[in-house]
Design a protein around this ligand. Structure first.
Ligand code: HEC
Ligand code: HEC
Ligand code: HEC
Ligand code: HEC
Length: 489
């Protein structure tokens, strides 16, 4: 690892930085002091007071700013007594200046009118004064700070959150956008830009028990675990946020400090019951399982991508498109335990056993990258088999397909099996039977229709390592198909 200047190495840079900060603080205090002398009792207090007055004069005829939660049918507009916890400040000021879309696209009181009304607009200064009032005075003690730490939210958690969101009917009353298209219903609040609007702690608290905020209003209590609520809430908070910065545990400190001896012990205590004491897939629990536990002893786990290993061990087989017989270990082992057991596996299972000649059928039909390649893949159902790629084979689509193929496809990029060049010789392909398709082989590829590829990518090829990419958007699959077509020579 390259040494960074985090703590160990001191340097002039750091001292300069501190000096600069001190200077700024000094200057800042000076300016504040001057203002305070010229306008006594100044600054935020005044803005909050001004905000309070604006709210009393111009908002209270519709909104409530204190009291208990009430049914939508007894109020004129959304309750705001928790406004200081609910929103992000920038959104409030922007909304009040008329720069945001209506949240209730069929009118908040849909029982009275089907048309949304234009919200009143205030000046920038007034909007800021109202925001000051919200964030100082309208605080709901039920909302716990840092109930959900978004800086530790992973991309897999967002994917699982999206699945739960869809499984638990959220789309039936709320809507989001995918590829610029509306998904779900406009009945209640829009989540299109949710990540730029809400305070995550409020959303988490709301989702835990909606009637605490909007009783008798058509709201819905979902049967989801605390962990599941965390996933759903985090997912909502990614919506509309360009380049949401996901946490990558495999790049964190505890991964670098992972211990092989601790990992060895964890493997014995938790993994050997299925995977066997020496990773041969012959643990006592394996007899009743189909698919069988992976045979780690035959795999080059040191060459598997770290994010994939973390995801399959932490979130379980199902999360990465494999069998739920591979349990999710995150809650049992915690991130450190998962890092430890991965360190042990990477050190121990390097694929050596099989290259030493355990596979006599080396040149058989299972050899990698043959051309032509024998193919027993089931044919897609009629409707799909004959589908033509609906996208243009434009440079942009091919480029997007390539990006998915080489890095972005979740849970595992195609190149790890099909190879960087598409020749079916990726790092994970060793010992795979049947082997991954060799996309560079024209003779084999000309037999395979667009619709067939689409179907297999979406649903996987049964009893083979070609897994289903169920959460992938149709458009992305068609981009992949275009890219794959460029590989055959
Ligand atoms: C004529 C009634 C009316 C008045 C006056 C009014 N509002 Fe609203 N307000 C609404 C309605 C209705 C909505 C829901 C609109 C939508 O987004 O679809 C709303 C939405 C809001 C929201 C977003 C609520 C949510 O759903 O999360 C905020 C914040 C807000 N108003 C603040 C204010 C402030 C501050 C004022 C005074 C400057 C004000 N409103 C004046 C009716 C009113
Ligand atoms: C049957 C319709 C319905 C379903 C299903 C539903 N909701 Fe809602 N949701 C509502 C209503 C009604 C409100 C209250 C706001 C309002 O009056 O429209 C609400 C409000 C919310 C709010 C607060 C929005 C705001 O700006 O105040 C969040 C967050 C939310 N729902 C999340 C969810 C999640 C997550 C799910 C799925 C687990 C879900 N909802 C399913 C009807 C529904
Ligand atoms: C209850 C049985 C069981 C236990 C216990 C278990 N696994 Fe698994 N594991 C499986 C099965 C079954 C598969 C194969 C899933 C498939 O192919 O769809 C699997 C697959 C895997 C894979 C994926 C390999 C690949 O093909 O990419 C890894 C890595 C893994 N297990 C690691 C672990 C670790 C680490 C532990 C202990 C913390 C563990 N497993 C405990 C049953 C188990
Ligand atoms: C874990 C290894 C693995 C990964 C990752 C993987 N594949 Fe495959 N793929 C295979 C194997 C093995 C086969 C051969 C299956 C068979 O013979 O039925 C295959 C076959 C295919 C086929 C051929 C279907 C047919 O009818 O012949 C297509 C198309 C394909 N994969 C596309 C993809 C794409 C696109 C990705 C990435 C989004 C991907 N694969 C990721 C292992 C993998």
């Amino acid at each position: 690892m390259v040494a960074t200047n985090d703590d160990g190495g001191c340097c002039m840079n750091k001292i300069f930085k501190q000096l600069k900060i001190r200077q700024k603080i000094f200057l800042g205090s000076f300016v504040l002091l001057t203002i305070a002398v010229i306008f006594p009792g100044a600054l935020f207090a005044v803005d909050a007071e001004l905000g309070k007055k604006i709210v009393q004069d111009r908002c209270a005829s519709c909104h409530r700013f204190s009291g208990e939660a009430k049914s939508r049918f007894e109020i004129k507009a959304p309750d705001l007594m928790w406004a200081g916890n609910k929103y992000l400040r920038n959104w409030v000021t922007s909304f009040l200046q008329g720069k945001e879309e209506n949240l209730y696209q069929k009118n908040f009181r849909w029982d009275q009118s089907r048309k949304p009304e234009k919200h009143i607009v205030v000046s920038k200064k007034e909007a800021q004064a109202v925001a000051d009032y919200f964030f100082k005075k309208l605080i709901d003690p039920r909302v716990k700070k840092n109930a959900l730490d978004l800086s530790r939210f992973t991309e897999m958690e967002a994917t699982l959150g999206e699945q739960l969101y869809k499984e638990h009917s959220c789309n039936a009353c709320h809507h989001t956008k995918e590829d610029g298209k509306r998904v779900g219903s406009r009945h209640s609040a829009s989540f299109v830009d949710a990540g730029n609007r809400y305070n995550v702690d409020w959303v988490y608290r709301f989702n835990s028990h909606p009637p605490d905020f909007t009783p008798h209003s058509g709201e819905f209590v979902a049967d989801v675990s605390a962990e599941g609520l965390r996933f759903i809430t985090g997912y909502i908070m990614t919506l509309g946020v360009a380049d949401f910065k996901f946490y990558e545990p495999w790049k964190d400190k505890f991964f670098k400090e992972a211990s092989v001896p601790r990992g060895k012990r964890i493997y014995k205590e938790y993994c050997s019951q299925c995977h066997g004491a020496s990773g041969r897939g012959d643990g006592p629990a394996a007899t009743d399982l189909n698919p069988k536990p992976a045979i780690h002893a035959q795999m080059a786990l040191d060459k598997e991508p770290e994010d994939y290993l973390f995801n399959v061990v932490y979130y379980g087989g199902k999360a990465v498109g494999k069998s739920p017989f591979m349990p999710y270990w995150g809650l049992t082992l915690k991130p450190q335990g998962v890092a430890d057991v991965i360190a042990y596996m990477r050190k121990t299972f390097t694929g050596q056993t099989q290259t030493a000649g355990a596979k006599p059928e080396g040149k058989s039909a299972n050899a990698l990258g043959l051309c032509p390649q024998s193919r027993k893949t089931a044919q897609a159902p009629g409707d799909f088999y004959n589908l033509k790629n609906p996208l243009e084979p434009s440079k942009k689509n091919i480029k997007k397909g390539k990006l998915l193929f080489t890095s972005k496809a979740k849970p595992l990029a195609c190149k790890h099996c099909h190879g960087m060049k598409g020749d079916g010789q990726g790092g994970k392909a060793i010992n795979m039977a049947p082997p991954p398709r060799n996309f560079t082989c024209q003779e084999t590829m000309k037999e395979i229709t667009d619709g067939q590829m689409f179907w297999i990518i979406k649903n996987g090829s049964k009893s083979t390592e070609m897994q289903a990419y169920r959460t992938m958007k149709d458009k992305q699959i068609w981009q992949l198909v275009h890219y794959i077509r460029t590989l055959a020579k």
